[in-house]
Design a protein around this ligand. Structure first.
Ligand code: TEU
Ligand code: CA
Length: 563
């Protein structure tokens, strides 16, 4: 069995603080609200909280635009509030992993305020400045939030690079002073006692210094920056330096957000002997189903495609690098709406099926706030209900540019827009779902009266209770953490079947992704007499003679055998 580690055996819960719990009635989630809910998370059984950014920020991108890496966002509270939350989490045995956003800072960070003052300012080369080319942007790269990736600055008559919003200028990692500032800041947080970092678009920090134009197809307004920004020429050198100077000094969980990273890249970023990170998040499965308008689509994905991508990562990393497992995060639509069925009839059962499918795979599982309740997408009927800069800019570009009708883009945003994850956490059936006593910064999903924590925490048949069981099983069985994954029946369009094996222990996981009743063959060596470890229905429909199992609509079953 491969080397044990606490971060391999943990279950992580992601909190998007703005939408988690408001303690002071200003309609915005905050640190004291998180502290209030630590017992809820302890009851769920999770080991680690990944905290989306809580640093000082003008909130152009809800905290992913940082103006002071060592101060707390005013709306979220004070450093004393942070210290109190960290202390209480540790008292409960819960670790806190922070969000490191150092591909870019906010344009209100003092470094950028200085950098833009003059070409010879000491901070000039903390960012990426280029002269105009033929009177225009230095190249044809587009920003992830639409528009050009270059913003012209009148003061010095040069452009600066921003892969995201123009208020998120990219930091220049070529500059050793930038790297040292960041490593010093990371160490400062480490000495405060945090337990690691999730690293925002860390795969983008090294750019091709020629800044060449990207490929552009006829539909595209901008060139593809991918080959020149993702997994850039010095990214592994920088991460090895970060590991040597910071990460190696702490017993941390480190997970990189792997925009554009494939399995071969992951073997470097997360390779057991690479001395970079513990694991990365792939985008490959959540980016399936994209069409001619990029992510703006109905989000539907054929099951064989989804299985193949997930299996490719399981097989590709097996024994060489550690994997992460997620359906949801603050950038993704709600899994039960996208990959399950959020109708009244099938929402709970399909949420439990998706949870089983993910949590029995090999890797560290991540639960996004509300996923443990089976929270769904919110179907909005007006763009006024959205706050996300990515959505607002998409409206500007696609509707404003006459490319898509408002109705069409609205259907896509309702399917895959990031605000689906940012409508407030649904705590109970009181006004605003108990998230705030004030007016929430963003509207609450209208279904909060039927989908909320209070109605589930004492119900043994709830989605919440099912997640408790999954987490407890992972804590008690090495085969779930360390067993080798093998996909079965890859082409099947209705079922996701796989096994896990560790020494004499074997698991068979069978998930029906449809509302039809289907039959699945048992893998060799199983005759149905095995122990049913967990499932989202009572009983089991097994035919030992024919070595097959009947799966009811959205049924998930896990069989356990010790040979
Ligand atoms: O996301 C990086 C990223 O690639 C996302 O913008 C993703 O492509 C998009 O949201 C999918 O629709 C990270 C953070 O998770 C995100 O919240 C930030 O907006 C972004 O970086 C910039 O910091
Ligand atoms: Ca508040």
């Amino acid at each position: 069995m491969e080397k044990r580690a606490w971060w391999k055996e943990s279950v992580v819960y992601q909190i998007y603080p703005r939408s988690f719990m408001d303690s002071n009635g200003d309609g915005i989630g905050d640190l004291n609200g998180i502290r209030m809910k630590l017992p809820y998370l302890k009851n769920l059984g999770i080991d680690v909280i990944w905290l989306s950014p809580v640093y000082q920020s003008p909130n152009d991108d809800n905290g992913y635009d940082i103006s002071d890496y060592q101060d707390i966002m005013t709306e979220f509270g004070t450093m004393e509030d942070f210290d109190a939350m960290l202390y209480e989490a540790h008292e409960l045995g819960i670790k806190i992993v922070m969000d490191l956003v150092v591909n870019h800072s906010s344009d209100e960070h003092k470094w950028f305020v200085e950098s833009r003052k003059s070409k010879d300012n000491p901070y000039r080369d903390y960012y990426i400045w280029k002269e105009p080319k033929d009177g225009r942007e230095p190249n044809n790269w587009g920003s992830c939030f639409g528009g050009s990736a270059w913003e012209y600055d009148e003061t010095t008559e040069m452009y600066y690079l921003h892969m995201f919003s123009k208020k998120q200028p990219d930091l220049n990692w070529e500059n050793p002073k930038v790297r040292d500032e960041i490593f010093k800041m990371m160490t400062w947080w480490g000495e405060k006692g945090i337990d690691g970092f999730r690293m925002d678009v860390i795969t983008m920090i090294s750019k091709d210094q020629n800044f060449p134009d990207g490929e552009k197809s006829e539909h595209d307004l901008f060139g593809d920056f991918g080959p020149y920004v993702n997994n850039g020429p010095r990214v592994h050198e920088y991460l090895k330096e970060m590991n040597q100077k910071v990460l190696s000094k702490f017993d941390w969980l480190t997970v990189g957000e792997g925009a554009g990273a494939g399995v071969s890249d992951a073997l470097c970023y997360a390779g057991a002997d690479e001395n970079e990170l513990n694991m990365i998040f792939t985008f490959e499965h959540v980016n399936l189903g994209q069409g001619e308008y990029g992510k703006w689509s109905d989000g539907s994905v054929a099951l064989p495609e989804l299985k193949k991508v997930l299996a490719k990562w399981e097989d590709g990393l097996e024994g060489k690098a550690w994997n992460s497992l997620y359906w949801d995060n603050h950038d993704q639509p709600r899994a039960v709406s996208r990959f399950g069925n959020d109708s009244d009839e099938y929402r709970e059962i399909s949420a439990k099926m998706l949870a089983t499918c993910l949590h029995f795979m090999k890797g560290t599982p991540y639960i996004y706030q509300g996923e443990e309740l089976g929270m769904t997408n919110r179907r909005c009927d007006s763009f006024d209900q959205f706050k996300d800069i990515e959505i607002r800019n998409a409206y500007r570009d696609y509707v404003g540019g006459g490319i898509l009708s408002e109705e069409k883009l609205l259907s896509f945003v309702n399917a895959v827009g990031r605000d689906n994850a940012r409508f407030p956490m649904q705590w109970d059936d009181s006004e605003h779902a108990g998230f705030t006593t004030g007016t929430p910064w963003i509207g609450v999903n209208e279904n909060y009266k039927s989908i909320n924590a209070a109605s589930q925490i004492d119900d043994p048949n709830s989605v919440f209770a099912y997640y408790q069981k999954l987490i407890a099983l992972r804590h008690s069985m090495d085969v779930i953490v360390y067993g080798k994954f093998e996909l079965l029946d890859a082409e099947n369009t209705q079922t996701f079947l796989y096994t896990r094996e560790l020494e004499k222990e074997k698991l068979f996981i069978a998930c029906n992704f449809t509302q039809d009743q289907v039959v699945a063959k048992l893998p060799k060596g199983l005759d149905g007499k095995q122990e049913k470890l967990i499932g989202n229905y009572d009983g089991i429909l097994i035919d030992g003679d024919d070595a097959q199992i009947t799966l009811r609509p959205y049924e998930a079953v896990v069989l356990y055998r010790q040979s």
